[in-house]
Structures are given as structure tokens and as C-alpha cells.
Design a protein around this ligand. Structure first.
Ligand SMILES: C[S@@+](CC[C@H](N)C(=O)[O-])C[C@H]1O[C@@H](n2cnc3c(N)ncnc32)[C@H](O)[C@@H]1O
Length: 816
């Protein structure tokens, strides 16, 4: 098939590994579909046994890998590849988008064409893929990730015919049910049978007792013996300058130029610990916490310079005691330093077993090239541990990467597109921009709200008169579950609402928020503080004001015990709708709400509004008293300070400042402002899809773009090369999740708006101009202009670029 001269695969692998080079002339990345994402494809044929690509990344120890796994998003954690070497579990963390190809190779457990092998060179293990069979040009490179619980496997068959959105849904569902299939064991058993027993031993040891099996020792010893001849090869290869191919660099540079730093931020924590600990061996032996960063540092793939071996010295600047050099002919100077290292700096703790012939630790080479299970050679069984979720409560020795207790639980796939909210009850859906300043209502404070004081008396009387009788039943039922961690049950006096006067119980039109407001707002406004005179809660000595966090049950699940306060009887109830129905159906607003069918949107909205009003009245009272538990619209995760909360003038919900801005945009109780429909007409949409994507633009990304509002921003961003490249990059990263499409569009629109503004106010014409350091001040000017910065009264109109804010801005923008 192939006519090119074949290099011995092991040598080929070592050469590429040492130089951190990919075969960019023979391989290419292609976007496959939204389900699978990208994949690596052969540009030229490979022969069975050929080295194909290295799974390159940062080599870290198990402790560090556990730590990262806890902090990484699932999408990143899936790039962590755990493997066993020298009685320890190691991990190649390829989460970083570094442009390398190995990390993008997809899984195929049925008909893989490659197999992962461990190649040790310069004392470091590398994970390399070798062809299991002849691979044709255009064929996707695949290997078996191991295990059986990868979500996509269960769906593979269904996938082929399904539509894109359907696929995504399935995928999500699967992600949420990370149960190991029952066939797992069977396959495990089959594998175990097919491989040498020692492999099984290795992984049993890893999962249960980190002891070396006797068969493993034998194998290791065999390897040690065999290393001698490889060393020569290794050192020969290291003489060559380890540079990345130019084509590779270009691709990577392009990506990094166009990419925002947010994606890489997560990794910074671990990358910013360049200190080497003093004694590797001791720490390793002790498995103490302090080892965490050390091993990482030693084996870290240089982030900036892809020259792995030569960067080693720089990576370890704090070696306490440099040891005598072992001179190897032809050795790269940096490698001399590396081999100079103290034995104790070997990643191995068992040097006798690893290389018993060396008194001083020296790098050895190990190569495992058996490509079938049958030939009986040592095949390191590499395993993707993404499917095993660490149980944080279990204490692990640093080498115990696998959590035996969670083996069957699978990976916890968390739907990532959902909003980060502690309580998903806010179903605000309509986006209607309003004047934010007018809409943010701060709470009234002690003494500043005379009306409330007067009303309090009335309401106190009302409470006395009524006692608990009208609400007793509801109250009891609401309190049936005695969970004490919600808001304070302190009774207080409240402003009355006088809600009953003059309100028809006639059905309002179609649950329109406005109609709800028209009927209910006037009453409430009596109770509301004058927004102009309202003060900020910071003015209160609010040491005793609290906002309770969400409560958890013993098993960690959420406890739904948030008490809402009744507008009429001032009691707290967990089930407010039921209470209102039972105790206050005579009230016009309640009657009005009840006039809608159960479960209807209108009824829910009315009830929600009444609930909010009751809570609002309660909060007003608590704030007036300066003591008590405030009821927020959404319970925070942690107990919060009251001054971080503000009140929405439309729905009267109490929100954190951070959330309020966004909420105001979507509050369903705000009166709607007629807006020009900026959405595409049907004709426009059809025309947009009819236009083929420009050369180099993927169809899927093109579709995403064409779903955008087609205004000036759209045409500008479409014509800017950088924005389009950035968009494609985002699409490649996030596009498989339909929930992220809007985010991608908004990111692009932000840049489009900036570009328009820059063109109007500065000499910058493209986004590329924006990244030139010389233009920095112009960019600042443009951003200020765009954000509506007022230099006289230093403030900005648009404090942050949430998509909703920009939606308003878009409208203003278009209007102007
Ligand atoms: C190591 S990454 C491979 C590169 C990935 N396709 C990408 O575009 O970033 C592993 C991820 O690829 C996807 N993947 C790998 N093999 C797959 C397969 N056979 N079918 C569907 N998705 C697959 C899964 O989303 C998995 O989380």
C-alpha cells in the first residue's frame, strides 16, 4: 500500500515524542459532527504497526490528576488519560487545547485501527498510538478508550440516522445517566482472558491495593534488560533540535490568536506552580501533599515552548543538589542535566526494579510494540478514567487513582449549558429590555418609610384579630416537615396591602403579564416604598439580617423547605399556593388567580406575584426591624449578606445584585415595551440558508451564523476574518451543545459591535487591528464609547456584556 520507506515504528515514535511533533503531513483534524466533535484523519496511508500519533499532554501524578479531575469541567476531564507505569498511576492531561493531534483521536471500541502504547524515553513515559491494521488515506484514526461506559457507545447505533439536535439530546440524556452497562464486566472479563494475567493484576492493584504483582515485576525486569539498546536510539534522537513543524505552529498560532483566554483559565492554577520540591523521592514515598506540584513540574509539557526535553532544565530550576554528570555520547546538554539528576529524582520509587543495573538513576528506554492481545507481549492497559467519578469522601493514597467504590457509577455528566442557579424556579422567559435604573428598586430601610410604619400597626391588629385561624390548616400543612434551616419564623408586623379594593375577579387576558400587572400593581404600589426615597440595605446595621442558603438533606439532595410569606396573614408557608387557596380565596387577587385552570400559566403567574408580594412585605418588615431572615427570590447556595440583594420593581422578587441585572431583562411582570421585531423574516431565513458557506467555513457553523439577527452587526462580523475564525474555534469547542449556540452568537456579536464602533470612532478597521499593541489606546477608546462611558460622571451605561444587555444595545444600535 504505502511506498514510503518505513522507519522502525518505535524509533519513529520516540523521535516524535522527544520533539513533541505530530505527523502533520500525514494526519489532519476534521470536524465530524456535533456529536463526535473533531477527529483525526489519515492524509496518507499507514501500515500496520506504524507509529501514528502521540497522545501528548502534561504528565502528572495521580494525586494531581485527582485534584484536576475535581476542578475540571467534564469536557476537560475527558482529556485526562490515566495509565499505569512503575507501580504508579500517572496521567497525561491533554485538556489544554495545544493544537496537538493525539488528544483529538476518537474512540472506537469495535473496530479501532490503532492501539495505545506506552513508550518510555528519557525516563518519561509517552502514550503513543500505533496502527493495528493498515489505515487508508481519509480514514479516521481511532482506538479503544477502554471500559464500556462511555455515553456515546450506548448511542452509537441510534446516532447514525438521528438528526443533529436529536443527537445532542440523546447525548445529554446519556450523560445524565452514567451507569455502567451490565456488559462491562463481561467485556472486562473477556479482556482479562485475552491479555496476560499481569495486566489484570496491575489494574486490580491500582484499584484496590497498590502492590506490585509478581508477574508485573517479571515484565518490568524484562523491560529493564531490554532498555540498553534503546538508550542509544534515544540519545541519538535527542541530538536533533526538537522543533515543531511550521505547519503545526501556524495552525496553533491561528487558534490561539483567535481564542479568548477564558477557556484556558481553568488550567492556570496548576500551571503557575513552578517550584520544585526538594526531595522527590522522599515526598513520593511519603505520598505527602507536598508532592502534588512536583511531579507535575518535572514532567510538565512546556506550555509556551513545545520542546519538551530541552525545556526540562528550565522547568526544574530549584534542584537542591546537582549530582555528578553521567556523560552520554551525543547527549543534548539539557539532557545531561537531566541524567545528572539524583536518583531520588527519578519518577520511579523502585529503582532497583526499574533499572537495577544503574547505581545512579539514568534514563531508560522502554518500548512496547505488541499490537495484538494474542502475541503475549506486555501491553499496558491504558484506561480512560473519565468514566470513574472520584468519591471525594474517600481518602486516597496518592497512587490510588481509581475509586473502586465508584467504578460502577460512571462519570457524572453534568449538563453544562444550564444556568448556574441554586434554585431553578425562575422561569422568566420574555426578554424585554427596560430602563434598568428605573427598574431596580432598593429596599426601604428603617425609619425611611413612614407609610410602612403606619401600616404595620394596622397589620399587627389584623394579625391579632385573625390569630392563626384562617391560615392554621395551611400553615400546619406547610410546616409538616419540620426542617429548621430555612428563613426565620419570627412573626412580625407588616404593611397591609389593601389588596381587595375595587378589583374585579374577571379573568385577565391570556395570562399576559401586563394584564396581571394592571390588576394587581395598583394595590401593591400602596405597599411599596417610593422607589425614589428607598435606600440601600447597606445603610442598615444589618449584622442581624440574614438570607438563608438552600438546605440539603443528609443524603445531599436539595431540601425544598423555603418558606414564603403570606401577603394577608403574614405567616410563613412552604406551600403558598395551597395556603392562599385554602385561607384567602375570598381575596380578590386570590380569587382572580383561582379563576384560571389549575396548572395554567396565568394561574401560576398570579400566584407567583402574590407570593412575591408577601415576601416583599415580609422583607420590608425585617429590614425595618433591622433583624431577621430575608426571603430572596432564589435561595443562594451559601448564607448571604442582605446588602448584596436588591429588589425588582416589577415582580418584587429579592435578587442578588449580580442576578438582578439579568433578571430585569427578562422579568415576566414588567410591562412590555413594543419593540421592532429584529428577528429575521421567514424569507430572510430561507435566503440565508440558501447561500452556501464561503470557502473554508463549515456548514454547521454557517447555519449557526445564519440563525443570527441579520443586521449591521451580523454583516460586519461575517466579513471579518478574525471574528469568523474565532467563531469557528468556539463552534469546534462548544458547537456540539446546541445550548451553547446562542452564547457563540453573542460572543461574535460583541466583537461585531466593537468593530462597528471602532470603525466609527477610531482608525481601526478590523479585529486584527485591535490586537496590535500599538492600537491599544484606540481599543480602549472604542470600548469606552461602546459601553457608554461618561467621563464627567465616571460610570458606564453597560456594566457587563451579558447577552441580554447587548440585546438592548443592539436595538439602540440599530435604532440609531
Ligand atoms: C479525547 S476527546 C476526542 C476529541 C473530540 N472529538 C473533540 O472534538 O474534542 C473525547 C471526546 O470525543 C467524543 N468522542 C470520542 N469518541 C467518540 C465516539 N466514538 N462517538 C462519539 N463521540 C466520541 C466524546 O465527546 C469524548 O468526550
Amino acid at each position: 500500500m504505502a511506498t514510503r520507506r518505513r522507519k522502525p515504528p518505535k524509533q519513529d515514535a520516540i523521535e516524535h515524542a522527544v520533539k513533541a511533533l505530530d505527523k502533520t503531513a500525514e494526519l489532519e483534524v476534521q470536524y465530524i459532527n456535533s456529536f463526535k466533535g473533531r477527529g483525526v484523519f489519515a492524509k496518507t496511508p499507514f501500515r500496520k504497526g506504524d507509529f501514528v500519533v502521540e497522545y501528548r499532554g502534561e504528565l502528572i501524578n495521580s494525586k494531581e490528576s485527582q485534584r484536576r479531575r475535581r476542578t475540571y469541567h467534564n469536557k476537560c476531564a475527558v482529556f485526562m488519560f490515566d495509565f499505569y507505569w512503575q507501580e504508579k498511576t500517572w496521567c497525561v492531561d491533554a485538556a489544554r487545547e495545544d493544537g496537538s493531534l493525539g488528544r483529538l483521536v476518537n474512540d472506537d471500541h469495535k473496530h479501532p485501527n490503532c492501539k495505545m502504547k506506552r513508550v518510555i524515553t528519557e525516563g518519561k513515559p509517552h502514550l503513543c498510538l500505533f496502527a493495528l491494521k493498515d489505515i487508508n488515506e481519509g480514514e479516521e484514526i481511532t482506538y479503544d478508550y477502554g471500559g464500556t461506559d462511555w455515553p456515546w457507545r450506548k448511542q452509537e447505533d441510534k446516532q447514525s440516522d438521528a438528526t443533529e439536535s436529536f443527537e445532542t439530546d440523546i447525548f445529554r440524556t446519556t450523560e445524565q445517566t452514567p451507569q455502567r452497562s451490565s456488559s462491562f464486566k463481561t467485556q472486562e472479563d473477556k479482556q482479562s482472558d485475552a491479555t496476560e494475567s499481569f495486566e489484570t493484576d496491575i489494574f486490580r492493584t491500582t484499584e484496590q491495593t497498590p502492590q506490585r504483582s509478581s508477574s508485573f515485576k517479571t515484565q518490568e525486569d524484562k523491560q529493564s534488560d531490554a532498555t540498553e539498546s534503546f538508550e542509544t536510539d534515544i540519545f541519538r534522537t535527542t541530538e536533533q533540535t526538537p522543533q515543531r513543524s511550521s505547519s503545526f505552529k501556524t495552525q496553533e498560532d491561528k487558534q490561539s490568536d483567535a481564542t479568548e483566554s477564558f477557556e484556558t483559565d481553568i488550567f492556570r492554577t496548576t500551571e503557575q506552580t513552578p517550584q520544585r520540591s526538594s526531595s522527590f523521592k522522599t515526598q513520593e514515598d511519603k505520598q505527602s501533599d507536598a508532592t502534588e506540584s512536583f511531579e507535575t513540574d518535572i514532567f510538565r509539557t512546556t506550555e509556551q515552548t513545545p520542546q519538551r526535553s530541552s525545556s526540562f532544565k528550565t522547568q526544574c530550576p530549584h534542584d537542591p543538589e546537582p549530582l555528578p554528570s553521567i556523560n552520554k555520547v551525543g547527549m543534548n546538554p539539557s539532557l545531561v542535566d537531566y541524567t545528572d539528576s539524583d536518583e531520588s529524582q527519578s519518577p520511579s520509587t523502585n529503582h532497583d526494579q526499574f533499572n537495577s543495573s544503574c547505581q545512579t538513576w539514568c534514563p531508560t528506554s522502554e518500548f512496547e510494540i505488541s499490537l495484538t492481545h494474542q502475541d503475549g507481549d506486555y501491553i499496558p492497559r491504558l484506561r480512560r478514567t473519565k468514566s470513574i467519578q472520584m468519591n471525594r469522601k474517600v481518602e486516597f493514597a496518592s497512587d490510588e487513582l481509581f475509586d473502586p467504590t465508584s467504578g460502577s457509577s460512571g462519570e457524572e455528566y453534568i449538563p453544562h449549558s444550564s444556568e448556574d442557579s441554586s434554585e431553578g424556579t425562575d422561569t422568566s422567559e420574555v426578554i424585554q429590555p427596560v430602563n434598568q435604573k428605573e427598574s431596580m428598586l432598593r429596599f426601604p430601610i428603617l425609619g425611611k418609610y413612614a407609610d410602612i410604619g403606619e401600616l404595620n400597626d394596622v397589620s399587627s391588629k389584623q394579625i391579632l384579630n385573625r390569630g392563626r385561624s384562617p391560615s392554621r390548616r395551611g400553615g400546619n400543612s406547610g410546616m409538616r416537615r419540620k426542617r429548621q434551616c430555612s428563613s426565620s419564623s419570627r412573626r412580625a408586623s407588616y404593611p397591609t396591602t389593601h389588596a381587595s379594593s375595587g378589583h374585579s375577579t374577571k379573568r385577565s387576558g391570556e395570562g399576559d403579564p401586563e394584564s396581571v400587572l394592571q390588576k394587581t400593581t395598583p394595590d401593591l404600589e400602596k405597599d411599596l416604598p417610593d422607589s425614589a426615597s428607598s435606600l440601600h440595605t447597606e445603610d442598615v446595621a444589618d449584622g442581624s439580617l440574614s438570607i438563608s442558603a438552600v438546605c440539603k438533606k443528609e443524603n445531599g439532595s436539595r431540601m425544598y423547605n423555603k418558606k414564603q410569606y403570606c401577603l394577608y396573614c403574614r405567616e410563613g408557608f412552604v406551600k403558598m399556593a395551597r395556603h392562599l387557596e385554602r385561607a384567602h380565596k375570598d381575596k380578590p387577587e386570590v380569587a382572580q388567580a383561582l379563576s384560571f385552570p389549575k396548572g395554567s400559566k396565568e394561574r401560576r403567574m398570579h400566584m407567583e406575584y402574590l407570593r412575591n408580594r408577601g415576601n416583599f412585605a415580609h422583607n420590608v418588615d425585617v429590614l425595618n426591624a433591622g433583624v431577621g431572615n430575608l426571603v430572596p427570590r432564589k435561595q443562594p447556595r451559601k448564607d448571604c449578606q442582605a446588602q448584596n440583594f436588591l429588589h425588582c420593581i416589577h415582580c418584587h422578587g429579592f435578587f442578588t445584585k449580580k442576578v438582578l441585572w439579568r433578571h430585569m431583562m427578562t422579568c415576566k411582570f414588567k410591562p412590555s415595551v413594543p419593540q421592532k421585531n429584529l428577528a429575521k423574516t421567514r424569507g430572510q431565513a430561507l435566503c440565508a440558508f440558501a447561500v452556501p458557506p464561503p470557502p473554508g467555513v463549515k456548514v454547521e457553523f454557517w447555519k449557526l451564523l445564519n440563525n443570527m439577527v441579520q443586521d449591521e452587526v451580523y454583516s460586519v462580523l461575517k466579513s471579518d476574518v478574525c471574528i469568523m475564525e474565532y467563531g469557528e474555534h468556539l463552534y469546534n469547542r462548544l458547537g456540539y451543545d446546541v445550548g451553547k449556540h446562542e452564547y457563540i452568537r453573542q460572543k461574535l456579536r460583541e466583537l461585531g459591535r466593537l468593530l462597528i464602533c471602532s470603525r466609527k470612532t477610531t482608525s481601526l478597521k478590523t479585529i486584527k487591528d485591535h490586537v496590535k499593541p500599538a492600537n491599544f489606546m484606540q481599543v480602549v477608546e472604542s470600548v469606552k464609547h461602546l459601553a457608554g462611558y461618561d467621563s464627567k460622571n465616571p460610570c458606564i451605561q453597560v456594566p457587563k456584556s451579558s447577552s441580554q444587555n447587548w440585546t438592548q444595545l443592539d436595538k439602540d444600535f440599530n435604532a440609531s
